[in-house]
Ligand binder design. Structure first.
Ligand code: MG
Length: 335
């Protein structure tokens, strides 16, 4: 029996999770929500995380019904992410590991998403679409690495959605993406937006520029509604993501697709991916907001796999890094 405590706080969510041999025992989370029209800044986000992290830790232990003695390893997000929030959370992870005399494990955030997705859905060797506020990658496992087949060449798809929401002053509560998804259901007109796929890669910055400029004018003149723009934005960016995922699946001969990351709980994205998978005779796997949005259990789960495979992070190497690519980690826990 192996019980791992996981800390996540690389962006505006902070979570503490407990995983024991494939079972999520606890996974409490808090989100730092800013007023409409604004984003979250690193310093303010770190302050939010510091204010709630000890309560969250207590909540996780209580919910899991364990004490510090039952924990075999303390895992935390090493990166990628925003510097100040990452540091705040890593300090707490390092401190409790030393207080309780437990081994420490620095986890790659993206790999946390992948391992959580595999655990929850039971997908065995999927082509992974990882889509969130900070990341957009198409990933497939091969020869002990999670290899990046395609990615954004500028901003993440979630960042495009978040900044679109800021331009239109859409609420950030519970998340900009959720509110765009609801408004898109009432959209009637498809506004043509820049569709930018370059081989296996995608670009979203042109869409954002278009929205900030031309679309604002279309709204002002009554040519389209905010709901039409939400609908058009989703249809366009999701079609781009489906296209590069399908290309990677064709390349790998993959019969499984897995969507992870915060944008992955968007039902319209799941529908479009499902259609593509059905046409290929493949299966789609996805999770709901509890597991695809950043959470502590995903770091605990990746930590569980790594710990069993013999990984440990010495204190001297337990620093965080804002840039930490998915394919930097040697995946020794898979065949
Ligand atoms: Mg994430």
């Amino acid at each position: 029996m192996l019980t791992v405590l996981g800390f996540e706080g690389s962006a505006n969510k902070i979570g503490v999770g407990v995983v024991r041999d494939g079972v999520v025992l606890a996974n409490p989370r808090r989100t730092y929500v800013t007023p409409p029209g604004t984003g979250f800044l690193p310093g303010d986000t770190a302050r939010h995380h510091r204010a709630v992290i000890l309560d969250l830790l207590q909540e996780a232990l209580t919910e899991a019904g364990i004490t510090s003695q039952d924990i075999d390893c303390v895992a935390f997000t090493k990166g990628p992410g925003m510097g100040a929030p990452l540091v705040s959370v890593a300090i707490v992870a390092r401190t409790v590991a030393q207080l309780w005399n437990k081994p420490l494990l620095g986890v790659n955030h993206c790999i946390g998403h992948i391992e959580m997705g595999r655990l929850i859905t039971g997908a065995t060797s999927p082509t992974v679409l990882y889509v969130s506020g900070g990341n957009t990658q198409v990933i497939a496992y091969s020869e002990h690495r999670y290899r990046i087949f395609g990615e954004t060449i500028d901003i993440a798809v979630g960042n495009c959605l978040d900044r679109f929401a800021r331009v239109l002053k859409i609420s950030n509560d519970p998340s900009p993406g959720y509110n765009i998804e609801q408004m898109a259901k009432r959209g009637k007109k498809l506004v043509e937006l820049p569709y930018t796929v370059k081989g296996m890669d995608v670009s979203f910055s042109g869409i954002l520029s278009f929205i900030e400029d031309a679309a604002q004018r279309m709204l002002a003149s009554g040519e389209c509604t905010p709901e039409d723009l939400c609908f058009s934005l989703q249809e366009t960016v999701f079609a781009m993501l489906v296209e590069i995922t399908e290309r990677a699946m064709a390349h790998c001969g993959s019969q499984e697709a897995l969507i992870v990351g915060g944008v992955g709980c968007n039902i319209r994205l799941q529908e479009m991916m499902e259609t593509m998978c059905q046409e290929r005779g493949a299966r789609l796997f996805a999770t709901d907001e509890r597991f695809c949005i950043d959470n502590g259990a995903m770091i605990a789960q990746a930590g569980w796999e790594m710990f069993r495979a013999g990984h440990r992070t010495p204190l001297s190497d337990s620093g965080v890094t804002q840039r930490y690519r998915t394919d930097e980690v040697e995946v020794t826990w898979r065949d």
